[in-house]
Design a protein. Structure first.
Length: 70
């Protein structure tokens, strides 16, 4: 994944205990952020901002940002 966002922060066995009704992969992705202040996370946020701007300014469908991730 881009800028090491595929690294698991929370062990999978903990996820199953804490969130038994949710898919492990989903919880892992949501909890993967361990810091909002380090250089790697800042770079990832900047990249996400660039992607969002490109999607918003694109002449191609879908025009709404939310539809991209449905």
């Amino acid at each position: 994944m881009v800028l090491r966002h595929d690294e698991l922060v929370v062990p999978a066995d903990y996820i199953g205990v804490l969130f038994p009704n949710l898919p492990t992969g989903l919880v892992s992705r949501v909890l993967a952020r361990s810091s909002f202040t380090d250089d790697l996370e800042a770079a990832a946020e900047s990249l996400a901002d660039l992607f969002a701007a490109a999607i918003r300014n694109s002449a191609r469908e879908p025009r709404s940002f939310e539809k991209v991730f449905e």
